[in-house]
Design a protein around this ligand. Structure first.
Ligand code: C5P
Ligand code: MG
Length: 297
């Protein structure tokens, strides 16, 4: 008899029905959610990765672009450079998702990928005022339910940190063009540095790549200091490197980690189940994060 179910039980039954949702320890997930709900929405902050977490992995059977891909495929890049960047993607992306290599083995190769790609981009003399068109012309796509996600967090004054190893200028443009770049959104990412005539001359600050989000978080203590009363965290990611995005959070009480598993599903399923509380397998929507946020607010 459903009339005897508590609001929590009704909510939890609902999310458990999502066929793409997997959990290793459902009791633990229940505990975290109940504890977060008790603490109230004023104590909540959301920390999310961008590429392949807030954006779609696939659309109509075709892969969707990352921030880097948006730029690489646009007409601000010469065809010769496009070939080189594609060559890097073909070489290094398989390494990124390889399950036979350890993080220690992958790390220097990932640094190599980002460094080489950024060098090629800087050599292209990209103009700042060409970025908006590059994004407009691209196949970039936020996941289904993105509007609800961004708007709801904004309406409830819940801080959203987008923590990306992509390109800050591009990701900002994506969320600006989709009209969800609300004032509660803060971005930590790789930002382009332009000279006085608006031509790309370098990338600013320390490089953020897939495996140093911990260091990136610790460089931004000011942000986490401002949010020290938001001690409950909803974390969204698609890579195991994203699990470190909350390492700068002060006095953390609870963290619920939701991971999107988009690629190499069978090989990576167990490690994702071991590290994320909730794993969403080949789910192109934000339905589960949205249901969780609605329950917590
Ligand atoms: O936003 P997020 O942290 O997910 O951005 C990192 C992603 O960017 C990686 O998963 C990687 O596949 C992708 N990337 C890329 N081209 C590069 C470097 C990284 O598409 N040159
Ligand atoms: Mg990602």
């Amino acid at each position: 008899d459903s009339s005897e179910l508590t609001p929590f039980e009704i909510f939890f039954q609902k999310i458990e029905k999502f066929s793409k949702l997997h959990m290793k320890d459902r009791d633990r997930v229940q505990e975290i959610l109940q504890s977060m709900q008790k603490a109230g929405s004023k104590t909540l902050q959301v920390i999310s990765d961008f590429d392949m977490t807030l954006t779609r992995f696939e659309y109509n059977g075709k892969r969707c672009p990352t921030c880097h891909n948006i730029l690489e495929r646009s007409d601000v890049i010469s065809s010769d450079c496009k070939k080189k960047l594609q060559g890097l993607l073909d070489k290094y992306y398989p390494i990124e998702i390889d399950t036979t290599l350890s993080v220690e083995e992958k790390l220097p190769l990932m640094v190599e990928w980002w460094t080489k790609a950024h060098e090629l981009l800087v050599n292209q003399k990209i103009k700042k005022d060409g970025l908006a068109k590059a994004v407009r012309d691209s196949d970039a796509k936020l996941r289904d339910g993105y509007k609800d996600f961004f708007d709801h967090l904004h309406e409830h004054s819940i801080p959203l940190l987008i923590f990306s190893a992509g390109i800050g200028d591009i990701l900002e443009e994506v969320i600006r063009q989709t009209e969800v770049f609300h004032p509660n959104v803060k971005v930590i990412s790789n930002y382009m540095d332009f000279d006085e005539s608006g031509v790309l001359k370098a990338f600013k600050g320390e490089l953020i790549h897939i495996y140093n989000k911990r260091e990136g978080a610790l460089l931004n203590t000011g942000h986490f200091q401002e949010l020290r009363t938001q001690t409950n965290v909803l974390l969204l990611g698609d890579s195991l490197g994203d699990l470190n995005m909350a390492d700068g959070v002060q006095d953390m009480e609870n963290i619920l980690k939701i991971g999107f598993l988009n690629d190499k599903v069978e090989e990576r399923k167990q490690s994702y189940l071991d590290s994320y509380d909730i794993v969403l397998i080949k789910d192109e929507s934000l339905d589960v994060p949205n249901a969780v946020i609605r329950f917590l607010t």
